[in-house]
Design a protein around this ligand. Structure first.
Ligand code: HEC
Length: 179
C-alpha cells in the first residue's frame, strides 16, 4: 500500500469513528432529554410547594409516586437520631412537644398511632376530615409523607413529601418516641 493510501485509510477511519460517536451521543442525549422533560412536567403539577421532594434513592428503590412502599423493612433498620434531624422539614408548620401550640399545621404530639384529624382544636381541611378514620400508624404516615398531595388530594399541607423510604422510616421512628 502506498503512503497516500495509508493516510486515506486513517482519515476514513476517523471520519467513521466521529460519525459513530455523534450518533451514539445523539441517542443518549435524546433519552436524557425525554426523561428530564417528563419529570419536569410532573414537578409542575405539584403546584406551590415549600420544598421539592428529595431525589429518588440510589439503587433503584421504588419511587414514592407509584405504589405505596411497604415501610416495615425500613422501620426495622430505622435510625432514630437521623430521624430527629429530619424533623426540621416539619417544624416551620408543626410543633411536636406535648401541649404545643398549633401553627400553620396542627401540633403533632402523639402523631404515630393516631389518625387523620386527631387534634380537636385544629381546623383541618374538608379533605383531611373526609379520611378521619384512616390510621396514622407507620404505614399510614409513610404513605402520606411520601407525597401528601397525592395521598390526600385537596389537603392544605404545602409540603412536597419525602421520597426516600429510609428517611421516612427514620423520621417516623423518631416521631413515635414523642408520646
Ligand atoms: C408548609 C407547612 C407544613 C409543613 C412543612 C409540614 N406540614 Fe404537616 N400539615 C400542615 C397543614 C396545614 C396540615 C393540615 C392539612 C389539612 O387540614 O388539610 C398538615 C397536616 C399534617 C398531617 C395530617 C394529619 C393530621 O391529623 O395532622 C400529618 C401527618 C402531618 N402534617 C405531618 C407532617 C410532617 C411529619 C411533616 C414534616 C416531614 C410536615 N407535616 C410538614 C402543614 C405543614
Amino acid at each position: 500500500m502506498s503512503a497516500n493510501g495509508l493516510e486515506f485509510n486513517k482519515v476514513a477511519a476517523s471520519v467513521l469513528l466521529a460519525g459513530i460517536i455523534a450518533m451514539t451521543s445523539g441517542i443518549i442525549s435524546e433519552g436524557l432529554y425525554a426523561k428530564g422533560e417528563g419529570e419536569h412536567g410532573k414537578e409542575e403539577k405539584r403546584g406551590f410547594s415549600i420544598e421539592v421532594a428529595d431525589a429518588a434513592p440510589a439503587g433503584g428503590a421504588p419511587v414514592a409516586d407509584d405504589k405505596p412502599v411497604d415501610i416495615a423493612p425500613f422501620m426495622a433498620k430505622a435510625d432514630v437520631k437521623a430521624g430527629e434531624g429530619l424533623i426540621k422539614k416539619c417544624t416551620s408548620c408543626h410543633t411536636f412537644d406535648k401541649g404545643g401550640k398549633n401553627g400553620v399545621g396542627p401540633n403533632q404530639w402523639g402523631l404515630v398511632g393516631s389518625h387523620f384529624g386527631h387534634k380537636d382544636d385544629y381546623t383541618y381541611s374538608a379533605a383531611i376530615m373526609a379520611v378521619k378514620d384512616r390510621k396514622l400508624d407507620a404505614q399510614g404516615l409513610s404513605d402520606f409523607l411520601a407525597n401528601p398531595k397525592k395521598d390526600v388530594p385537596g389537603n392544605k399541607m404545602s409540603f412536597a413529601g419525602i421520597s426516600n423510604p429510609q428517611d421516612r422510616a427514620n423520621l417516623i421512628a423518631y416521631l413515635s418516641t414523642l408520646k
